[in-house]
Design a binder for this molecule. Structure first.
Ligand code: GFB
Length: 325
């Protein structure tokens, strides 16, 4: 790979805005940036609605970030994507457009927009290289989110081309970890299975229901590894190609459910609910460009699942404690 577009942009001493700091990715970025010697800026949802251009313009004019991570997004699992298409398309389109345009106007030096591996065609070659973008039809369960994310990374390319702005994009594979949304209907597969396995263990149930056939394959990246990759790219990459971020390892949903059961300590059997959708059959990103730049993930799946489960238990205990108090 000779198109790696190496660049050096030190964050030390810079004002760095993490848009979306209350989300799983934004929270991990704030944790990761604590050791970069920069001033981390955050904007609460009460302070600025990122779907309103005037509010974004006002916040940026007042706070003058020099570097921006766009981790703000309306996100959810396969069911949430499929049942709330308008929100997934509208919110994500305007959040990207508003922040990118305001960043140009206020002279932001560097911006990183976060895409998603669902931008690739449903039947893209596996592992999916960056070149697979826009080469075929999208997966229908998440095409709304995918279209918004494609628009966001195209905005970065367009602003680079027309204005010379140093705006880059990266698309992570499926994410999980502390700060995730734990909600049976709306969340992604990892938090949903952790919740279900925990509830089954506590209540002594013998079956754990898994959506779909269990055969789809997914790649899972621990969110603190993602934050590390994003900080690495902000400091070391400048180019028009939106880069893949993943692990190179994939598991079937059945294997994931078995590992979750081990981590949680659930010893019953799995039941597959084939009335629920499988989504895309396989989604493994090709990370050769990222590896060539020098970044590799660190956290093995089982270890990351154990940390995510520990976080979930802490949250549940804190909520119960608050309720009792
Ligand atoms: O994580 P997930 O909701 O999203 O589902 P996608 C992944 C796979 O896990 C699908 C199966 O095959 C689901 O059918 N699955 C099994 C479950 N049990 C469950 C369960 O209890 N809950 C959930 N949610 N899934 C998302 C996109 O696709 O990927 C987003 O919808 C985003 O837009 C994200 O891009 C990265 O991997 O199918």
């Amino acid at each position: 790979m000779n198109d790696s577009h190496r660049a050096v942009y030190p964050l030390r001493g810079k004002r760095v805005w993490v848009a979306g700091h209350r989300g799983m990715v934004g929270g991990a970025l704030v944790r990761r940036l604590a050791s970069e010697g920069c001033e981390v800026q955050t904007a609460g949802r009460d302070g600025v609605d990122l779907r309103r251009q005037a509010e974004v313009d006002g916040w940026m004019a007042d706070n003058r970030p020099q570097a921006v991570f766009i981790a703000a997004a309306t996100v959810g699992g396969i069911y949430a994507n499929d049942s709330r298409p308008a929100e997934f398309l509208y919110d994500n389109l305007v959040i990207a457009a508003n922040i990118i345009e305001a960043s140009r106007r206020t002279g932001v030096e560097k911006l990183l927009f976060l895409g998603s591996s669902c931008i690739y065609p449903r039947l893209a070659p596996q592992p999916m290289p960056e070149e697979a973008l826009l080469t075929g039809p999208l997966e229908p369960t998440n095409e709304w989110y995918a279209v918004a994310k494609i628009a966001g990374l195209k905005l970065c390319q367009a602003y680079r081309k027309q204005y010379g702005a140093d705006f880059i994009s990266a698309q992570p594979t499926n994410l999980y970890g502390p700060g995730d949304t734990f909600d049976l209907e709306g969340s992604h597969v990892v938090p949903a299975l952790l919740m279900k396995a925990h509830a089954a263990k506590v209540s002594g149930e013998h079956t754990l229901t898994v959506w779909g056939t269990g055969t789809p394959r997914r790649e899972f990246l621990y969110v603190d590894d993602l934050a590390d990759a994003l900080v690495f790219l902000m400091g070391n990459y400048s180019g028009p190609i939106p880069l893949n971020i993943g692990t190179g390892d994939e598991v079937t949903i059945r294997e994931l459910a078995q590992t979750v059961a081990e981590v949680v300590g659930f010893s019953g059997t799995l039941r597959f609910d084939t009335d629920k959708p499988d989504g895309t059959p396989r989604k493994l990103v090709d990370c050769r460009r990222l590896h060539a730049l020098g970044w590799h993930h660190r956290t093995p799946l089982k270890e990351g699942l154990a940390r995510a489960y520990a976080w979930y238990l802490d949250q549940a205990a804190a909520t119960a404690g608050a309720g009792a108090g």
